[in-house]
Design a protein around this ligand. Structure first.
Ligand code: ADP
Ligand code: MG
Length: 291
């Protein structure tokens, strides 16, 4: 399912003194199969945009199509849409509520797949819990509140992927996790991506995360898309990113330094590609001069 937004606008508290123009005409296409990144300053409209994608925020201006669903159409089947477009909020662990992990994860299924029998439901819950890297036997009967932060987040993600959404959207999924936790989470998303989950969309302010994981990304600024492209395209425009008050990945900072010294490395800004290119250059120079 392709996502196509055209001229998307949204205002919180319209017609009040507290009106806030969160989206000011977002044009963005996210193709099926992408691992798409959304970058931008706090308040640039990232969360407002992604909450439109499964109609948590109803369209008020512009057009939005997600696969065959036209979100401007009042007759659009929003319940069916939400079962296909899974949304993991920022700090989703705060929304756990059930007495047991099993019940929490099963909740989404009960809402979306009323036709499923008990046995199929139990199997789906088990599969979701194991997909996020937790042991079902250890987890099912436990209270989600007694788990570690990282485990809670996994349970919350299991509660969304249990319906096997075709598009999975995660708002700052790795926020607050330690480096290992972040890496494991990204590995989990890549494991899911490409199977039943065709498209992953992550909101992130971590440029290294975007460079390492995304096929393409969009930079939001003041409710609009300021830049769009592959990480290589975006991070080669570091001057514009700095002007928007954004950072660049560590690899891009190193590439800039090298460029200042007359060494222009063409890299996609992943750590691996960058170190490969630097090492190749070093070898080509006889391996001696470590300039
Ligand atoms: P981001 O996720 O990029 O930080 P948001 O989409 O949360 O940006 O916010 C975009 C703008 O909308 C900001 O100016 C923010 O203050 C405002 N905003 C977000 N949520 C609300 C809300 N529930 N009520 C009023 N204004 C909001
Ligand atoms: Mg946000």
């Amino acid at each position: 399912m392709q996502i196509v937004a055209k001229g998307l606008t949204y205002t919180y508290n319209p017609k009040s003194p507290f009106a806030s123009n969160a989206l000011k005409g977002v044009d963005l296409t996210i193709g099926e199969g992408e691992f798409f990144g959304i970058i931008g300053h706090t308040g640039s409209g990232k969360s407002t945009f992604v909450q439109h994608l499964n109609a948590l925020i109803r369209l008020t201006g512009g057009s939005l199509r997600v696969g065959e669903y036209d979100l401007a159409d009042k007759k659009c089947n929003f319940i069916e849409l939400r079962s296909k477009v899974g949304m993991v909020f920022q700090y989703p662990e705060y929304q756990l509520f059930a007495e047991t992990v099993e019940k929490d994860v099963a909740f989404g299924l009960k809402n979306f797949r009323k036709d499923m029998d008990e046995e199929a439901r139990a199997a789906a819950v088990r599969e979701a819990i194991e997909t996020v890297g937790l042991r079902y036997a250890e987890m099912e009967g436990r209270s989600p509140f007694e788990l570690s932060g990282g485990q809670k987040r996994r349970v919350a993600i299991a509660g969304v992927i249990v319906t096997k959404p075709v598009i999975l959207i995660l708002d700052e999924p790795a926020a607050g996790l330690d480096p290992l936790g972040k890496q494991e989470l990204m590995e989990l998303l890549h494991r899911i991506h490409g199977g039943w989950c065709k498209t992953v969309v992550i909101v992130s302010h971590d440029m290294d995360e975007i460079a390492e994981n995304c096929t393409r990304a969009a930079v939001f600024s003041e409710g609009k898309v300021a830049m769009e492209g592959t990480p290589a395209e975006i991070f080669s425009r570091s001057g514009e990113l700095f002007a928007l008050g954004l950072d660049v990945p560590m690899t891009a900072r190193c590439a800039l330094r090298l460029k200042e010294r007359g060494i222009d490395i063409q890299t996609d800004y992943t750590c691996r590609d960058f170190t490969d290119k630097v090492l190749a250059l070093w070898k080509a120079k006889g391996g001696g001069d470590a300039q």
